[in-house]
Design a protein around this ligand. Structure first.
Ligand SMILES: [Zn+2]
Length: 387
């Protein structure tokens, strides 16, 4: 991504967020005609799902989804030409993981199918207002006047919402539903670690409102699902996406006193993401702002933060499950240049988490430059697989 693209990225964040409070009056131009997954990627997915699973060794990693229908549903969703969050992020990841992990390490890899989330599961986190707006999107209704869905409306202003709305909603349902199945699998003890390769992201979405680049807050829903449905005692959300979550913070921060000891958020960020108007300082939300240093935070700063703040807090909280809002946009070659983590930094952070012997579920959030994204995810997977 060149400087011009990076500026577009920043501008998009700003404009999309301000659109929440502004009037959207853009003439919608055309029906959206989605493109299906390239055949080379379909072949890879066929290989993943048709190969009998080997007896899993230690450090079993569940990858979800692995099926064509789920990936295609998320691939068909777009914010439009020129947007930094492109469907091909997913195809790059599939291609990279196949060549660098699946071919040589199938015995560590468990393929999990995706699924769509139900309305009832969405309600674990999102309000009735949010859900009714989401259902309007799903029906393809114009949602310019639906405040909870305003960011979606802006982002898709070039398309006839009747054609694009159902596709956005489907991708959101797959991203969140797949994350829930991954959590179920880890709680049942079928895998030790899980990676959800999903889009759109979710951590900027709050109880009532969709956030920039985001749909349903899959990570927050997964935490609620783990506690309320799967009866996990305590869930910690670790958000290392370079942007402050805002949405997850609002959701976790409003949990009632009785349940506060079951949920904790640790959010490490180096950019405010233009969507962090939350001033919540709830006792179960730990915010670590690395943007205040003179220089961009890199491996040294992140690892020191892990050692001094993150790991002791996880141990003190006695987390039963850690769900990581795994954005990879703190990487040094990323679009916005808010941080300068290397793949080795992601490897070492993941390795430190792995050594805690607590089940880990990584859920993809940001990360936009394809080369940087796949290397960062690859480093994370290497740590989990002891490679
Ligand atoms: Zn981000």
């Amino acid at each position: 991504m060149n400087d011009e693209d990076a500026q577009d990225f920043i501008d998009f964040f700003d404009i999309a967020q301000s659109s929440v409070n502004a009037t959207v009056s853009v003439e919608r131009k055309s029906d959206y005609r989605p493109i299906s997954l390239p055949s080379s990627i379909s072949e890879i997915l066929k290989t993943w799902t048709s190969t009998p699973s080997a007896a899993l060794a230690s450090s079993r990693v569940g990858i979800a989804p692995c099926d064509f229908i789920s990936f295609n549903g998320m691939f068909e969703h777009t914010w439009g030409e020129g947007h930094v969050e492109q469907p091909r992020r997913l195809t790059s990841i599939i291609d990279y993981l196949h060549k660098n992990f699946w071919l040589d390490h199938q015995s560590r890899w468990k393929c999990l199918s995706g699924r769509t989330i139900t309305d009832e599961e969405i309600r674990l986190v999102h309000s009735d207002t949010f859900l009714s707006g989401f259902l309007a999107v799903e029906r393809g209704e114009i949602v310019d006047d639906v405040m909870s869905m305003r960011t979606l409306s802006y982002a898709n202003a070039n398309y006839n919402f009747k054609s694009v709305g159902p596709i956005i909603a489907r991708a959101c349902r797959i991203a969140a539903g797949t994350t829930l199945d991954l959590v179920s699998s880890i709680v049942r003890g079928e895998i030790d670690f899980g990676i959800a390769l999903v889009r759109p992201a979710g951590h900027h979405s709050s109880t009532d409102q969709v956030g920039t680049f985001c749909g349903l807050n899959s990570v927050a829903i997964a935490a609620m699902y783990a506690i309320q449905i799967l009866e996990v005692p305590r869930v910690l959300i670790l958000d290392w996406d370079v942007h402050r979550s805002g949405g997850t913070e609002e959701i976790i921060g409003r949990i009632s006193n009785d349940d506060q000891q079951k949920y904790r958020l640790i959010d490490i960020y180096a950019a405010f993401g233009k969507n962090s108007s939350s001033t919540n300082r709830s006792s179960n939300c730990y915010l670590i702002d690395l943007s205040q240093n003179d220089q961009l935070p890199g491996d040294e700063e992140y690892l020191e933060t892990f050692d001094i703040k993150v790991l002791p807090d996880i141990v003190q909280f006695s987390a039963s499950l850690i769900v990581i809002s795994a954005g990879f946009d703190a990487a040094k070659d990323e679009a916005e240049e808010c941080a300068r983590l290397t793949p080795n930094g992601f490897f070492r952070m993941s390795n430190k988490l792995k050594k805690l012997n607590i089940p880990l579920v990584f859920v993809l959030e940001g990360g936009y430059r394809e080369q940087s994204l796949v290397q960062s995810i690859g480093a994370t997977l290497k740590a989990l697989m002891d490679l």
